[in-house]
Write a protein that binds this ligand. Sequence first.
Ligand SMILES: N[C@@H](CCC(=O)N[C@@H](CS)C(=O)NCC(=O)O)C(=O)O
Length: 195
Amino acid sequence: MKLLYTKRSPYSRKAQVMALEKNIPLEWVEEDLIRKSPQLLEANPLGKIPALILDDGQSLFDSPVICEYLDSLNDTPVLIPSAQRFAILRWQALADGLMDGTVAMYLEKIRHPQDFNPKFLQNQENNCALVLRYFEEHLSELADFSLASISVACAVDYINFRFPHLNAEGMYPKLQAWLTDFSKRPSMQNTVPTN
Ligand SMILES: N[C@@H](CCC(=O)N[C@@H](CS)C(=O)NCC(=O)O)C(=O)O
């Protein structure tokens, strides 16, 4: 199977970490999102990564669907256990929403470096702070390793990558300590975002 991805995408990272943790071999194929490959456009008409191309040529997207699929392939370990399924998917939705806001802020800043919309950015920063505060206060719910903890780790580490001032030292001490520990996993170390 091939995963079309970029090294900076937190959505791709979720799928990569899932596959590494479950020992599922995936060929990582890096995409250029300015000049999208015919392979990507065929796999996902939305032109977004991550997209997973199965061995029979069928494709799957977006990252929640890919993560569900990967989890269905083996149970070593199960990362979306059925008893916690909806709680885990809710955590994933929150983490994905945080990624959406962070990506939107980043795009606004690179597209309009001189005249970005300050109200838009402030709004996104406020949303981001609310979600990080939520993570800080509900960390005990992430004690088990699952798609929930993977999603949160990928979302928070993406903030550290793009806008470290939003998660500066001391702002969310429990969350930062948790992420530092979580980031020691080889699957996280092998997928550190880079430009
Ligand atoms: N909800 C999607 C979001 C994927 C997404 O927004 N990917 C971005 C890169 S981080 C992308 O492919 N952007 C290219 C474009 O929109 O043209 C998922 O979870 O997979």
